[in-house]
Design a binder for this molecule. Structure first.
Ligand SMILES: [Zn+2]
Length: 50
C-alpha cells in the first residue's frame, strides 16, 4: 500500500514517469512526485494457528 506524503491519502497512483522515473499522482490533493509513503501489510501475517 502506498500513501500520499502530503495528505496521507491512499488515493494515490503511479502515472507514466518518462525520463525522471516513476511518478505518482494523488487524487485528493493533486500532489505529483516520485516520493510516496509505503506501508507494508505484514502485520496481517498473524493468521497462523498455533
Ligand atoms: Zn495527497
Amino acid at each position: 500500500m502506498i500513501y500520499c506524503p502530503v495528505c496521507k491519502s491512499p488515493d494515490i497512483f503511479p502515472v507514466a514517469g518518462g525520463y525522471v522515473g516513476q511518478v505518482y499522482l494523488c487524487k485528493s490533493c493533486r500532489y505529483r512526485g516520485s516520493f510516496v509513503l509505503e506501508a507494508d501489510e505484514d502485520e496481517n501475517a498473524e493468521l497462523k494457528e498455533k
